[in-house]
Design a binder for this molecule. Sequence first.
Ligand code: CA
Ligand code: CA
Ligand code: CA
Ligand code: CA
Length: 493
Amino acid sequence: MTRFSFRSSLPLVVGFAACYSPNEPIGGDGTDDGSTGATIGTETSNTVGSATVATTAPTNTTDVTSATETDATDATDATQGTDATDSVDTSAGSTDEGGALCGNAQMDDGEACDDGDEINGNGCNNDCVESGTVLWDLGYGDSEDPGTGAGATDIGVNVDGVVVVTGATGSGGWIGTFTVDGMEVEQPVVLPGVQLSALDFFSGGDLAIGYFDAMGVSVRRMTTAGDIVWSTTALDTGGVLGSGGRGIDVDEDDNIVAVGAISESIYGGDIWTGEFDDAGFQGWSDVLDNVQPVAGFGRDVACAPDGECVAAGRIDGNGGPTAGGHYGWFRRFSPAGVTIWTRTFDEPSGSFDVGCVAVDVAGNALVIGTAASDIWVRKYEPGGDVEWTVTYDDPNSDDDWGDGCAADPDGNVIAVGWEMRDDLAQQRNAWIAKYDGEGTLLWMTTHNGVDNVDDAAVAVATDDAGRIYVAGRVDYDNLDGGAVKLWIRALAP
Ligand SMILES: [Ca+2]
Ligand SMILES: [Ca+2]
Ligand SMILES: [Ca+2]
Ligand SMILES: [Ca+2]
């Protein structure tokens, strides 16, 4: 493949065919009951390793492997596997069938588990590898310059099996490309002055990128070799800087659907959702017009196979179902951008925050966020009814945060974020959990970085083999001023 090389200026800014939707009120239908389902408390193991820090090359940050096998009603089961080495384990692929005795429901040589059930990804896989086993692990960061911390913002896998990660450094956006085995396809690059927020893929494998700039909601098409095909900014978001996160998704027709904010103040204001075709021409758009002091922003969007898309955002201010604070906002659009339904979720403390939305093959929307300091996962059926809600509270009942999500081809959802483990003197630890289509926890695992400071999983993706790719950050060298390493990990289903 060609070298990763970015042009210093944008080669093309396309024209627009804007279809501006008039302002409309918050469309909460009041049907949300605010209920939560099973509350899961599960101990996970955390063992500090001894990964070294490199300034340029990726480092193996694998120091903890704790795949726990439990379910939503079991608060005590904690099957703990620890891995105190820094070696990358590439032997456990969870894509083959294991040895001749794998699947006989008995432990044999070379098997980490054997449940004999022929169900993959439910704690013990069909190759007798435990779910959540670390396949490979990479870290990028600069310990010599603590001011330039790096953390991932999104991760995805394209049709060619290229794993792409977007991130941020102190000087700009970061893009890395990897094989499914964790080898660099191209050397990672930094895009000065660009804040990359989200990525997805066109059907042919090109990248769709969502990014912040001073212009508004901006998207870009790139090749995986790093060439910019086009960049554009939504016409009706111009001149403002989006607030908070921003998501994109490429739908079945290769349109980019993006969500962001139109700022009415420094706090952000209106939630903007809209579509661009594969050449960058703007199609429909939808604006949720908040009136100050109420404000909001779009955080993520995901599209179903039938072209319907669900946007997720957060609304702040005094207009919520409960007074004060902020609450979640979810809207389903038709392929033409017409609102099908809008739902809101609030909880008594007014502290709900939205992290992610994914849509499964059946069109259900899976949303993740943070409610009352617990991780919150909910499944909305295509019609907008709540099928289930689960929450996760860490064993110390401290702060936890839900941030990223992905739906796999089997109807499962992988949720990622962090849990606070001050009880173990580890501060925040990255948290990864897989739930089945009924909301039952299949397995979860956590990761504590080498310096017992704040670590987080931010985004997650899966591939056709069911492998799980997580991107986030590990803090390290905290006593030396603090720095952040961009963290990427692949796990068995
Ligand atoms: Ca066996
Ligand atoms: Ca199994
Ligand atoms: Ca909690
Ligand atoms: Ca930690």
